[in-house]
Design a binder for this molecule. Structure first.
Ligand SMILES: C[S@@+](CC[C@H](N)C(=O)[O-])C[C@H]1O[C@@H](n2cnc3c(N)ncnc32)[C@H](O)[C@@H]1O
Length: 273
């Protein structure tokens, strides 16, 4: 895959970073007042491996809200993002929040080499769809975990994607999108953002990728990680379909007139042997 897709995506993310911190989706005000931006699910599923002594790496950290929330709960948190604007904003936010045990590094998760190991690698929401090479992601994870360390991945459930018409303006649940088994990259040109659908951007093109659940799990196993659990959840982290309702924890639920529940999010934990 041509590396140019990353330049296309980076331009889009650089621009989104200028807007996202001011959105309701990202409650920066609440964070600065002491709230955690993490989902209860993330904290619960990692409760037994994160404490005051934990070192945590957060690849694809965006402007650092989750990284900094973890920093409040552990020894040290390091956020990595390939968007220089995201890294700059994350550093500013750390200063504003008075958090000194977090650092932010500009880097690409597909060829990251920080030359050190962490207790936990945390990777959530908006991960696999931006990457063409899950083996490279899994290698990065394995290279940066100490033996016995924990990888946590939560993201959009691949099963939900085919019911998601990414070209529709106001996608109804059940509008067919793309095949679960699609190999070709998605070349999208869409204004707005999950955090602010009405916002207008200059760099609207992105290149995204479809991965099956089997590909995700197999890539981790091939890198020598032992999968501990794979959980399915009936809510999404963003309004992926029209008319979804957001609850107090920032989880988006299908409208009441959809008569079934589907897995919209998965969470997975794996250990380095
Ligand atoms: C959807 S956002 C993550 C959002 C995060 N879960 C949050 O809510 O703050 C995806 C992030 O991944 C970054 N990204 C995309 N591709 C990347 C890559 N190859 N290497 C490093 N960062 C990447 C983008 O710059 C963006 O900040």
């Amino acid at each position: 895959m041509d590396d140019d897709y990353r330049a296309t995506n980076r331009a889009n993310w650089n621009e989104r970073v200028s807007v996202h911190p001011d959105t309701d989706y990202y409650d920066v005000e609440g964070f600065l007042a002491g709230d955690s931006s993490l989902y209860p699910m993330e904290r619960e599923e990692l409760a037994d491996v994160v404490d005051d002594d934990t070192t945590l790496l957060h690849p694809m950290c965006h402007f650092g809200l989750d990284t900094l929330s973890w920093a409040r709960e552990c020894e040290e948190a390091v956020g990595v993002d390939f968007s220089p604007s995201a890294v700059e904003k994350a550093r500013d936010l750390a200063t504003d929040a008075g958090i000194e045990n977090a650092t932010f590094v500009e880097g690409d998760v597909l060829d990251l080499d920080l030359d050190r190991e962490f207790d936990v690698v945390f990777n959530t929401f908006g991960v696999v769809g931006w990457l063409d090479d899950l083996d490279a992601l899994a290698e990065t994870v394995a290279d940066h975990l100490r033996p016995g360390g924990t990888y946590y991945l939560a993201d959009v459930h691949p099963f939900a994607e085919p019911f998601h018409d990414v070209d529709a303006d106001g996608c109804q649940f059940g509008d067919w999108g793309f095949s679960y088994f699609r190999d070709d990259p998605l070349h999208l040109d869409a204004d707005g953002s999950y955090a602010d659908p009405d916002q207008s951007f200059e760099h609207t093109e992105t290149v995204q990728f479809v991965h099956t659940m089997g590909e995700i799990v197999t890539a981790l196993c091939d890198a020598g990680l032992d999968v501990e659990f794979l959980h399915d959840h009936p809510w999404a982290d963003f309004p992926m379909y029209d008319r979804m309702e957001r609850d107090d924890h920032g989880r988006w639920w299908l409208p009441d007139d959809v008569p079934v529940e589907l897995p919209l999010t998965f969470s997975l934990r794996a250990t380095k042997g």
